[in-house]
Design a protein around this ligand. Structure first.
Ligand SMILES: [Zn+2]
Length: 232
């Protein structure tokens, strides 16, 4: 049986070469997109237990939050820049989920993050159709596998400006005309500790906009986590 499984894996390998997304090496396990060498090279921030960390400093004073974490540094011409590019533009979905798993492991170790719901930053519907997946949702799926918290995507909605005004007005009093985002079905998050998820923290504008919407739901407290913090 073992021999058959190995043979099956070997044949699969011929048709679908399984190589590291970082360096192209074929010396990696079946359940990983990165070899041990590349995993070891990923630039950890260590922010998870650090109050007033650089990610929190970016968002401080712009919205109420409990804690912010970004798992890895993203710098120019780096391994991480290449990985994020492959994940967002080359359909390397397994790689994105693995970044989520790594982020989940970090969050699990910290008492600062004990979310009851994961909310990925929504992608514009047009972009979602083009790309076929929301990268923030893929990262959230990885996190959810580690910390066993549900992903809620029916509440924080990205407004579709090509949609009719009637539809927008039906979104009711939760709509904030200055924001690209709005809230539907607020009861699904009421009184919950929410972890807002995105791929990369740069200026913090998207997290601020989304977080303000979430924080307006009664009883909701917001924390945020991104795979990377950008220094580009
Ligand atoms: Zn590698």
């Amino acid at each position: 049986m073992q021999a058959l499984t190995t043979l099956g894996a070997a044949i699969g390998h011929l048709f679908y070469p399984h190589v590291c997304a970082g360096c192209g090496s074929d010396k990696l396990g079946q359940d990983t997109a990165l070899c041990w060498y590349c995993l070891d090279e990923l630039p950890l921030t260590g922010f998870v237990d650090q109050r007033d960390n650089p990610a929190e400093k970016i968002l401080k004073g712009r919205l109420p939050f409990d804690a912010v974490h970004a798992g890895f540094y993203l710098s120019r011409d780096s391994l991480m820049e290449d990985l994020i590019y492959q994940f967002k533009y080359k359909r390397q979905i397994a790689l994105g989920e693995q970044l989520g798993l790594l982020l989940g492991e970090q969050l699990k170790e910290s008492s600062r993050f004990e979310p009851e719901a994961l909310v990925p930053v929504p992608l514009h519907p047009k972009k979602l159709r083009q790309r076929g997946y929301n990268q923030a949702t893929i990262i959230a799926k990885g996190i959810a596998k580690i910390i066993q918290v549900p992903i809620i995507e029916q509440v924080l909605i990205r407004k579709n400006f090509s949609g009719s005004q009637t539809l927008l007005s039906r979104m009711g009093r939760w709509e904030n005309s200055r924001s690209l985002f709005c809230i539907e079905n607020p009861h699904r998050l009421r009184n919950k500790r929410v972890l807002l998820i995105d791929d990369v923290l740069t200026t913090g504008a998207t997290l601020e906009s989304c977080g303000l919407q979430l924080a307006a739901i009664p009883g909701v407290s917001v924390s945020m986590a991104t795979a990377c913090i950008s220094s580009l």
